[in-house]
Design a protein. Structure first.
Length: 457
C-alpha cells in the first residue's frame, strides 16, 4: 500500500498543483481546503503524513499542528509558508513539526522532502527499512517464521541490525501484544548474568535484599532476545540449555519450578560452527538455538538500502534534537554510495550524526561526511564482490567521488528515458527493468528534470 499524504491548502490552484506533484512522486494523496476539514479526514481516513500551509483562514497551520499532535502524536506534519523565518521554523519544530518548507519552492524540492520523511514513517510502522532485494528476502523469511514459535538464531556482522530484526520478528508474531524482553549477554559480568536471566529469591546471595524475577519470567507469553549469546561461559550455557529443553526455570535460592511460555531469539556476530568446533560453544545448545537460522546481510551487500537508511537516520537524529532536516545533495549521495561500510548500519548512523553537526545551510554535502578509516579486508571484499548490473553502473560508478565525465551520465539518462518509454511511463515497471529501486529512479528523474530533460509521461 502506498503512503498517504494529506495536503491542507486554502489556495485551490496551489493545492491541486501540490497534489499532482505528490501523486507523480508515487504517493496516495488526500486534500483539504482548511484545518477543520483536515482534522475530520485525519479522524476518519488513513493518513501517513500531513503537508499543510501556515497562513489559512479559520485555522492556521500552527493551530492545526497542535490539534493534530493532541490527536495523533505519531503523525508527521510538514509545514509550508511564504513567510519563512528562522523563528517560525524553530517554533514549528518545537510544536512538533517534522520539517518546514518556505514558499515558493520547486516541485522537486517538495517531493525530495517528502521522500526524505517517508523512511522515518515506514520505519516506525515496520521497524526496519528494506528497499534492497536481499533485505526484502530476509524480511519475507522473517515474516513467515514469526508466525511460528520456533527458536531463531540471527547471525551477522556487528552493526547489521540483528536486534532490529528481533523486534521485527516479535512485532509480526502472535506474541506482539506483550512487550519483548532483551538482554545483552556480553554486557553483563558472568557472575551476574545467571541471576539476571533466572531471577533470585531474597537472601540468595549477598546484596539480594528482595526477590526479583529474571528475564525468562519477564518474557512470559512474549519473546526473549539473548543478544550475543556466544559470549556466555560454558557453565551458564549448560543451564540455558536445560531451561530451553524443559521450558522451566528456578530462581537462584529458590525451589519453586516456574513453567515458561517464552519464544527465544538469539543473536551472534561469531561463526558459531567454528565456536563449537573449537570448544567455546556447546554443540547441543547450538542445535537447540539454531532451529531456524537467519543471516543478516552486511550493508555493503544491500547497496539499495544505503541512501534510504541514511535519510532515515538523518531524520531521526534531527528530530531527536528538534533540528532542521537537511537534504542529502548529489555529492553526498555519491560519497555514501561508494563507501564500503565496514561498520555497517551503526557506522552509517555515526556518519549521519556527524554530518548533522558539520553541515551549514539546508544540505548535507560530501565535505560534511566523515568516515572511519576503511578496513583493508573490506576494501578487498568490495572489489571482489562489486556487482556489474545497471544499478552498479548508475549508482556506484556514476555517483562515485570522482567525476567520470558526462558521457557515462548521458548513457545512463538515455537508458532511463528508453525504459520509461518502453514501460509506457510506469515508474515502477521502469525501475524493475533497470534493476534499481523506485526511490533511486525518482531521485534520478528529479535530477534530470532540474537539467531540463524531458521525462516521458
Amino acid at each position: 500500500m502506498k503512503p498517504v499524504v494529506l495536503v491542507v491548502e486554502d489556495d485551490m490552484d496551489l493545492r491541486e498543483a501540490i497534489c499532482d506533484t505528490l501523486e507523480l512522486g508515487g504517493y496516495e494523496v488526500l486534500s483539504a481546503e482548511n484545518g477543520q476539514k483536515a482534522l475530520v479526514m485525519i479522524d476518519n481516513e488513513q493518513v501517513d503524513l500531513v503537508v499543510s500551509d501556515v497562513q489559512m483562514d479559520q485555522m492556521d497551520g500552527h493551530t492545526l499542528l497542535k490539534n493534530i499532535k493532541s490527536r495523533r502524536t505519531d503523525l508527521p506534519v510538514l509545514l509550508m509558508t511564504a513567510y519563512g523565518t528562522i523563528q517560525n521554523a524553530i517554533k514549528a519544530m518545537q510544536d512538533g513539526a517534522v520539517d518546514y518548507l518556505v514558499k515558493p519552492f520547486e516541485s522537486t524540492v517538495l517531493v525530495s522532502k517528502v521522500a526524505q520523511i517517508m523512511p522515518l514513517i515506514l520505519a516506525m510502522e515496520d521497524g526496519v527499512i528494506a528497499e534492497d532485494a536481499r533485505m526484502k528476502e530476509v524480511l519475507g523469511i522473517a515474516r513467515r517464521v514469526a508466525k511460528s514459535d520456533a527458536t531463531v538464531m540471527v547471525t551477522g556482522e556487528s552493526g547489521t541490525g540483528k536486534e532490529v530484526l528481533f523486534r521485527y520478528l516479535h512485532n509480526h508474531s502472535e506474541r506482539s501484544t506483550k512487550d519483548a524482553v532483551a538482554i545483552n549477554c556480553a554486557a553483563i559480568p558472568d557472575n551476574m548474568l545467571e541471576a539476571v536471566l533466572f531471577g533470585y529469591e531474597k537472601g540468595a546471595f549477598t546484596g539480594a535484599y528482595k526477590a526479583s524475577p529474571g528475564k525468562f519470567e519477564q518474557a512470559q507469553g512474549s519473546t526473549l532476545l539473548l543478544d550475543e549469546v556466544s559470549e556466555m561461559d560454558l557453565g551458564l550455557q549448560a543451564k540455558i540449555l536445560r531451561v530451553l529443553q524443559e521450558k522451566q526455570v528456578e530462581r537462584l535460592g529458590g525451589n519453586k519450578v516456574i513453567e515458561l511460555d517464552v519464544r527465544v531469539v538469539a543473536t551472534s556476530n561469531r561463526d558459531l560452527k567454528t565456536e563449537v568446533s573449537e570448544g567455546r560453544f556447546r554443540e547441543d545448545l547450538f542445535y537447540r538455538l539454531n532451529v531456524f537460522p537467519i543471516k543478516m546481510p552486511s550493508l555493503r551487500q544491500r547497496p539499495d538500502d544505503v541512501i534510504p537508511l541514511a535519510e532515515f537516520l538523518l531524520s531521526r537524529s534531527a528530530k531527536s534534537s528538534s533540528a532542521y532536516i537537511p537534504l542529502l545533495n548529489e555529492s553526498a549521495v555519491a560519497k555514501l554510495a561508494s563507501h564500503s561500510w565496514p561498520g555497517n548500519v551503526r557506522e552509517l548512523d555515526n556518519v549521519m550524526q556527524r554530518a548533522l553537526i558539520m553541515q551549514n545551510g539546508d544540505e548535507i554535502t560530501a565535505e560534511d561526511l566523515m568516515f572511519e578509516e576503511l578496513d583493508a579486508v573490506h576494501r578487498l571484499e568490495e572489489s571482489q564482490a562489486r556487482p556489474t548490473n545497471f544499478s552498479d553502473v548508475s549508482e556506484s560508478q556514476n555517483t562515485s567521488e570522482q567525476n567520470l565525465g558526462n558521457n557515462l551520465k548521458d548513457q545512463e539518462q538515455q537508458l532511463i528515458v528508453e525504459a520509461l518509454e518502453e514501460c509506457n511511463g510506469s515508474r515502477k515497471d521502469a525501475a524493475i527493468k533497470l534493476g534499481i529501486s523506485p526511490r533511486t529512479l525518482r531521485y534520478k528523474l528529479a535530477k534530470m528534470r532540474d537539467q531540463g530533460i524531458a521525462i516521458p509521461a
